[in-house]
Design a protein around this ligand. Structure first.
Ligand SMILES: [Zn+2]
Length: 318
């Protein structure tokens, strides 16, 4: 009886917890700001990357990834189904990020995924309006701050690397350890708000595109894409994508949350850029051709024409 009571309580608490926020219906992203004010802020994530309007920034040098190739066969990573996604904890390793315009060292804390019901959607960020099937976020915290909990709501407290997935025919075997860990209560967490399992150690380098292909990326200041939506994140999202097979994608779509429902379309829609600027390390962008060197004579005559045009426009406006 007592066991029954505790089990019932656990389910009730799990359901109450689920009612706080989600991706669908009344608990969906458009209502997050009612409970979590910061979600209605001006620097929210994700966003659409528009290659016509972003700014090339030559100071965005390649990333310095320290220990990313490290593998410790004696260690396992905790994997958690929290009802919103599946998270792999990386805090017992020392994967570090620097360079690429970062003022401090950032240490990897965890990674997690956002995916869709089908291959046409799933990513949080979009590129020129295009959605990808899945997006992984590798969350790092600023080592000048004590820990990830402290850094989570501090300016520049977090640095998240985002990678898009492209579905193809071949399995990406580097993902087998993570996919194999999606079993038992991690796969079906009905009634358990934080279902935990473990993943054999893998190197971060093995699950991302080759380091030499990471030079082209987009950078902006944004937020966590889930409540409490803290605006503490330096985002770096890469042009190079991670391959994955349809069979592997479908494994993510089998994951069941504590409410007994499948976790699907767990992505937040893109948010307004507002006053922010997106910069890129890719010198091919922006793709819009702007007028370059003008002979001074024609530049000044152009300026005069513009002044005349503005005067005419203002006459009508005023
Ligand atoms: Zn995320």
């Amino acid at each position: 009886m007592q066991t029954f009571f505790w089990k019932t309580l656990a389910v009730v608490l799990a359901v109450a917890n689920a009612a706080e926020w989600g991706y669908h219906g009344d608990n969906g992203p458009s209502n997050w700001k009612n409970e979590f004010a910061v979600c209605g802020g001006q620097k929210q994530s994700p966003i659409n990357f528009d290659t016509n309007t972003m700014h090339y920034d030559e100071t965005l040098t390649p990333l310095t990834l320290t220990n990313y190739a490290q593998l410790d066969a004696n260690k396992t990573y905790k994997v958690i189904n929290n009802g919103h996604t599946v998270t792999v904890m990386l805090d017992n390793m020392d994967f570090r990020l620097n360079g690429a315009g970062f003022a401090n060292d950032y240490k990897a804390a965890q990674l997690h995924f956002h995916w869709g019901t089908d291959n046409e959607r799933g990513s949080e960020h979009t590129l020129n309006g295009n959605k990808y099937s899945m997006e992984v976020h590798i969350v790092h915290y600023n080592t000048a701050m004590d820990n990830v909990s402290y850094a989570i709501d501090k300016d520049k407290g977090l640095a998240v690397l985002g990678f898009f997935f492209q579905v193809g025919d071949a399995d990406n075997t580097a993902y087998n350890p993570i996919l194999d860990s999606l079993s038992g209560t991690v796969l079906n967490a009905t009634g358990i708000s934080q279902a935990e399992g473990s993943v054999p150690s893998f190197s971060l380098e093995s699950i991302i595109p080759s380091i030499s292909s990471l030079d082209d990326y987009f950078r902006y200041s944004g937020s966590l894409t889930t409540p409490t939506c803290d605006e503490s994140v330096i985002w770096t999202v890469f042009e190079s994508t991670i391959p994955i097979s349809n069979t592997q994608m479908n494994k993510f779509r089998q994951i069941i949350s504590h409410t007994g429902e499948r976790i699907l379309d767990n992505f937040r829609p893109v948010q307004n850029l507002n006053a922010r600027t997106v910069t890129t390390s890719d010198s091919n962008y922006p793709t819009t051709t702007t007028t370059t060197e003008q002979p001074s004579g024609s530049a000044s005559s152009l300026a005069l024409s513009l002044v005349a045009l503005c005067a005419t426009v203002f006459q009508f406006v005023l």
